[in-house]
Design a protein around this ligand. Sequence first.
Ligand code: NAD
Length: 483
Amino acid sequence: MADTLKMFIDGRWVHAQDGATLDTLDPATGLVLATVPAAGPADIDLAVRAARRASDDGTWGSAVSERERSRILLRMAELVREQRIELAELEVRDCGKPIGDAYGDVDEVAFMFEYYAGWATKISGDIPPVGPDAMSLIVKEPVGVCGLIVPWNYPMMMAAQKMAPALAAGCTVILKPAEQTPLTALRLARIAELAGVPAGVVNVVTGVGNRAGEALLTHPMVDKISFTGSKVVGQHIQRTCADQLKRVTLELGGKSPNIVFADADLTTAIPGTCNGVFGNQGEVCSAGSRVFVQASIYDDVMQQMTDFAAAIKLGSGLNPTTTMGPLVSAVQRDRVQGYVDIGRTEARLAFEGQRPTDPALSGGYFVPPTIFEATSNQLRIAREEIFGPVMTVIPFTTIDQVIALANDTEYGLAAALWTRDISRALRTARAIRAGVVWINDSQPAPSETMWGGYKQSGIGRELGPYALDAYLESKHIYINLSN
Ligand code: NAD
């Protein structure tokens, strides 16, 4: 019998007011894991009013010292570390990823709270010179009430990536996890409660996007929406928020290039390239799913990548020998499978792995690693975000040609390149229009750095000090000193 859980609004654990619920499924089996509330506009209204009150009366802003905010965020980090095993297993059950990856996610979540706990006491303004008879103070203030809407591929990481800087900046939040993966977000609410976050400051509402999410977008008391998810929903969010001129941060999709130059060290380039596409089942916004390989080493690289993909072991994420879990849902499996079918018609299928044979996993949403060889960057499998374990490999000859190919996309989230030549590496890195470029690596995103996309991959930046800007307003206070 699956658990029936409550959501967290204004310091209380509650069901939806109309009693609506939704099931969250185990993607490895298709069985119901738990039932959570399906929040509607009335629930969102309660959560937003609580966050508004906690913002306006200073519960988390002016009435709390920065040191106190910092201490509470550190306590949240400690609690995440104390619950490391439980949180990682819960994440695996809800979204399918291999357990080793989930431990990595939980560790980074704990670090994010520590990192932004440090920032809570270091946010300061400026005193620009304005002559002897006046003084100007530029002060930083919290934006206010923030709606945080996150996807299902890194559920806890995406939640913490927004929640930690927002809380450090003094904002109050309403977090809406994806309907497919609400469980670790609810645990984060419990951790905030245990750490002593006052009522109303952190609210976690579970529900579907076009009802709960939409109510958050349109609520007039919400000052800011920070969204991570698909381009289509991101466009809708920006249009909707424009009506009330809400502040908006968007972290959207990608179709990132991965370039293997002929002088690359293949002992790192092959696993790096393959993990950059197949890691997290390919459900990664920055996946380097367009692989460009220099013609002189093309056959060797294809052989080695095929061997790498053949060694990937599909299974339940809870099995420590599994290296690729199921996709998050039947909808996502069908979507990715649809792209594999398209690929068969427009490119050459070079490799397709095996689904797990364990009968206990027969209801799971598995799609095996798949590699297509193409000669054009114009194919649908080379232009559209697939968000699954599907690689498209295209040969190139010159550096100028591959830079043009890499930039021939509507997206600009990330890029990876592999070469031993520092000049070639930096020339290519500078020429690629993307928010992140990895040289001789793929996918690391330490919380101290920066994350965000060029072009249609998003607006704004997360991680590091850059995330704080998204949750702060700047105010100029001018003082006349002449009398
Ligand atoms: P999605 O856009 O379908 O959903 C994301 C979130 O938005 C969910 O919580 C959903 O409930 C909510 N939502 C849906 N419709 C809404 C509406 N009308 N109003 C308000 N909220 C609404 O995306 P997804 O399928 O969950 O995630 C996959 C996408 O996320 C991919 O495109 C991927 O590239 C992107 N992504 C980007 C990053 C990044 O950092 N750039 C990170 C992870 C995922």
